[in-house]
Design a protein around this ligand. Structure first.
Ligand SMILES: [Zn+2]
Length: 403
């Protein structure tokens, strides 16, 4: 039998969210009762819910409590009356000097965080993503995303924090309370601590990310998470370029992609200028960086003529040459479908110059549609979908499939 990760919906297998819902317990005549805010696993895919605490515990409490409630009385009971540890106000004393807000219930409710020593080490502390803007813009610091849901801050190329950060499904950054304590132990970290305190936000009880799954693995796959973002894409492109260079003796790109990746600035916030600046960079690295001359030589070698490499008397551009290369040299079927993400990327790059133009919305919606997205998709969602489709292209080209 395959065991399901405890956060997964028993109905459809999607990862649940944790939410607190008010539940009322009343006597059969509905003349008295009480209410409790109970934590549930909520599945947003199939709309199902399951109490995190076994329901029989509430039944017992109800049976013990209702007889002593007076008729006509209805009141709310804090959860901590039943379970003293489930108290948002509870603090883990040894971390008080950090002065962060957090919800200690997360430590007890999110699967995999509680330890027998009950020290609160793995309590998530949440931060607004704007925290990263300072570091991304500072010449001595940089922010690198190892996946869409994990990142770290670097100081002159060295990681500033031992384990980096997770990014949850609502786009909040988080880090474990105990790790924060270790990372902020030095006096030289004081100014950083103040910055983090200023961006510290209330818990939304979600930690689902590669960061969480790889540190609290439930399966072997959880422990060895593949990257899913630009880092993964750059690695795949590198791999593909070496394969081509080994097999055909030509360099596909003008500049080594790993060199370019050093300067790459990922979009951090849901902010149009940042996201479109990243499209511009990706277009530069992936498309403008292609060696048209190498592609032409390879295509001529497999029997195409100069005329084949022209359209209406003009030389074909790098994207069309790349498509032909995939079809004629690598003998892949559906080359046009495969390179479609290149054309979307190039359209997005062109849109960068027309962010406030009249035709922007229509042209942007066409890009979204080609990425399988609705018109309502946000800029970051478009970015993620584009990177995923480019990863698929290069997985196909390198013969490496993650799934
Ligand atoms: Zn479900």
């Amino acid at each position: 039998m395959v065991h399901l990760h405890p956060l997964k919906c028993k109905n459809c297998g999607a990862y649940c969210f944790i939410e607190f819902l008010g539940v009322s317990f009343r006597d059969p005549e509905d003349k008295k009762g009480f209410g409790l805010k109970i934590p549930f696993f909520i599945c947003k895919e199939c709309d199902s819910r399951e109490s995190i605490i076994p329901e029989r515990k509430f039944e017992t409490f109800k049976n013990d409590t209702l007889p002593i409630v007076n008729e006509g009385e209805f009141f709310d009971i804090p959860l901590k009356v039943l379970f003293p540890k489930l108290d948002s106000e509870k603090r883990f004393k040894e971390y008080d000097q950090l002065d962060f807000q957090y919800d200690s219930m997360d430590y007890y409710l999110i699967p995999g965080l509680y330890r027998e020593e009950d020290d609160g080490y793995l309590t998530p502390v949440f931060f607004d993503k704007d925290l990263l803007l300072y570091y991304n813009g500072h010449p001595d610091y940089s922010v690198k995303f190892t996946s869409f849901s994990s990142c770290n801050i670097y100081y002159k190329g060295e990681p500033l924090f031992s384990w980096g950060f997770g990014i949850n499904r609502n786009g909040l950054l988080f880090k474990w309370l105990g790790d924060l304590d270790e990372d902020f132990s030095g006096d030289d970290m004081r100014s950083h601590l103040r910055r983090f305190q200023a961006s510290n936000v209330t818990s939304d009880h979600d930690v689902l990310s590669k960061f969480y799954l790889s540190q609290n693995p439930f399966t072997v796959e959880d422990a060895f998470q593949d990257s899913d973002n630009e880092s993964c894409l750059f690695n795949l492109i590198n791999k593909f370029n070496s394969q081509v260079s080994e097999k055909f003796g030509v360099e596909l790109t003008k500049v080594d992609i790993s060199q370019l990746a050093e300067y790459y600035k990922p979009p951090i916030m849901e902010e149009r200028e940042q996201v479109f600046a990243a499209f511009l960079s990706l277009n530069k690295y992936l498309i403008e960086n292609l060696q048209e001359q190498s592609l032409r030589e390879l295509l001529l070698k497999v029997g195409l003529t100069d005329d084949d490499l022209k359209k209406d008397g003009r030389k074909l551009g790098s994207m069309k040459l790349f498509q032909l290369f995939i079809e004629k040299v690598l003998s892949k079927v559906d080359a046009d479908k495969k390179v479609a993400p290149f054309f979307v990327l190039n359209d997005l790059r062109q849109l960068h110059g027309h962010l406030s133009g009249n035709s922007f919305e229509d042209r942007y919606n066409s890009c979204k549609k080609r990425l399988g997205l609705e018109n309502t998709a946000s800029d970051i969602q478009v970015f993620e979908a584009l990177v995923k489709s480019l990863i698929q292209l290069y997985e196909d080209l390198t013969g490496e499939k993650n799934e």
